[in-house]
Design a protein around this ligand. Structure first.
Ligand code: ZN
Length: 325
C-alpha cells in the first residue's frame, strides 16, 4: 500500500501506477467470504489505484456516513503523504516551472472572451481563508474593470461545461466520425475521403432517426396510431440507412475502416476513465482535442481540433486499455 502512494507521487498518473504494479506481477488484495468465495487477486486498473488513493482507511481512519473517525488499526500511510496525494488530485496543485510558481488551471490559454476577443485568464481570490477560483477576461485585468462587460466566471462552472462537451464528444461515435472525416479529407486519398464523408453523413442521419424514435417512445401516449405509424416510418428509414452504411463500409479500404474504428474505440474508452485521470492528464486531453473555448455573456462555445485525434491515440491508448483489468 505504501508503494502505491509513493508511486503515485512519482508518476502522477493512476494508469501509470497500475501499469507499474502489474509489470511487477503484483495483484490486488485477495478477500475470502464466509462461504469460501474468493475476491480480488486481479490485475490493477487505474480505477482501483484511484480508489485506493482516496481510501481513508490507509491513514488509520474509518469513514462512516461521510464522517471520518480515527480507526482502531494503525495508519499505513502518513497523513502528510495522504494530504500531498490529495492536493494533486484535487487540482489545486502549485507547481514550479522555470523558477516561477504557477497554479494549475485546467483551461489556461484555451478560453477567449467573445465580447472583446481577449484571452480569458485564471484568477484566484481569498475570502476568509477560503480560496475561490475564477476565469476573468484579461482586458479587464490589464486595462481596468469596465473595459469589458464580461463578468468573471467561477472556474468550476466553466470547467464543468467544457468537460461535459468534451465527454459527450468522446461518447458519441458519430461526432467522432465526423471529426475524423476532416482528418481524412486533409489527406491524399480523396476518393476514400469522399466515401468516409458519405458514411459519416449516413451515420449522422441514422443517429437522428434513432433519437427521434426514442423521443417518440417517451411520449405520454406511445400506443396512439399516429405515433405508431411515425415509428414504423422511422424504423424503415433506419433499416435502409443501415443497408447503405454497410454497402459503403465494404467499399472503403479495410485499413481506413479499422483506423476509424480504432479512433472511435480509443476515444470512447477515454470517457469512463476521465474521473481517475490526474489533472495534468486531463489538461493533456484538452490540449489535444480543444482548439478554443469562447465565452460570451450568454454562451460557452467549444471548438474541437480534428487533428489532435491521431496523436491522442498514440499517447493515450495505453492509458485507456485494461481499465477493467
Ligand atoms: Zn473581454
Amino acid at each position: 500500500m505504501k508503494r502505491i502512494f509513493k508511486l503515485s507521487l512519482q508518476l502522477q498518473s493512476c494508469q501509470k501506477v497500475a501499469d507499474c504494479l502489474n509489470g511487477e506481477g503484483l495483484r490486488t488484495k485477495v478477500y475470502r467470504t464466509k462461504t469460501g468465495k474468493q475476491f480480488g487477486g486481479e490485475r490493477w486498473s487505474a480505477r482501483r489505484v484511484y480508489d485506493t488513493l482516496v481510501d481513508e482507511k490507509y491513514i488509520g481512519r474509518i469513514v462512516h456516513k461521510e464522517v471520518s473517525y480515527p480507526g482502531e488499526h494503525q495508519a499505513i500511510v502518513s497523513e502528510d503523504v495522504f494530504k500531498r496525494v490529495h492536493e494533486i488530485l484535487k487540482e489545486n496543485r502549485v507547481y514550479t516551472h522555470k523558477h516561477q510558481t504557477k497554479r494549475f488551471a485546467l483551461l489556461r490559454r484555451l478560453v477567449y472572451c467573445g465580447e472583446c476577443g481577449s484571452l480569458i485568464m485564471p484568477a484566484w481570490t481569498n475570502n476568509h481563508g477560503r480560496e475561490y477560483r475564477y476565469y476573468t477576461c484579461s482586458k479587464k485585468v490589464k486595462s481596468g474593470y469596465g473595459k469589458c462587460g464580461l463578468p468573471s466566471i467561477p472556474a468550476g462552472e466553466l470547467e464543468k461545461i467544457v468537460v461535459e462537451q468534451l465527454r459527450s464528444l468522446l461518447r458519441h461515435p458519430d461526432v467522432i466520425a465526423h471529426t475524423f472525416r476532416e482528418v481524412c479529407a486533409s489527406g491524399a486519398e480523396t476518393g476514400q475521403a469522399d466515401k468516409i464523408s458519405r458514411l459519416d453523413e449516413l451515420r449522422g442521419r441514422r443517429h437522428q432517426s434513432e433519437q427521434a424514435a426514442r423521443s417518440l417512445l417517451g411520449l405520454n401516449d406511445p400506443e396512439s396510431s399516429l405515433v405508431q405509424s411515425e415509428l414504423k416510418r422511422l424504423n424503415g428509414e433506419i433499416k435502409s440507412l443501415e443497408a447503405s452504411i454497410r454497402s459503403i463500409e465494404s467499399n472503403v479500404t479495410p485499413n481506413r475502416t479499422i483506423e476509424l474504428n480504432e479512433v472511435i474505440t480509443s476515444l470512447q474508452q477515454l470517457d469512463p476513465v476521465w474521473e481517475v485521470l490526474y489533472p495534468a492528464e486531463r489538461r493533456r486531453v484538452l490540449e489535444l482535442l480543444v482548439k478554443s473555448v469562447t465565452v460570451t455573456k450568454q454562451s460557452v462555445e467549444v471548438r474541437f481540433l480534428p487533428n489532435g485525434i491521431e496523436q491522442i491515440i498514440d499517447e493515450l491508448a495505453p492509458l485507456s486499455e485494461r481499465t477493467n483489468g
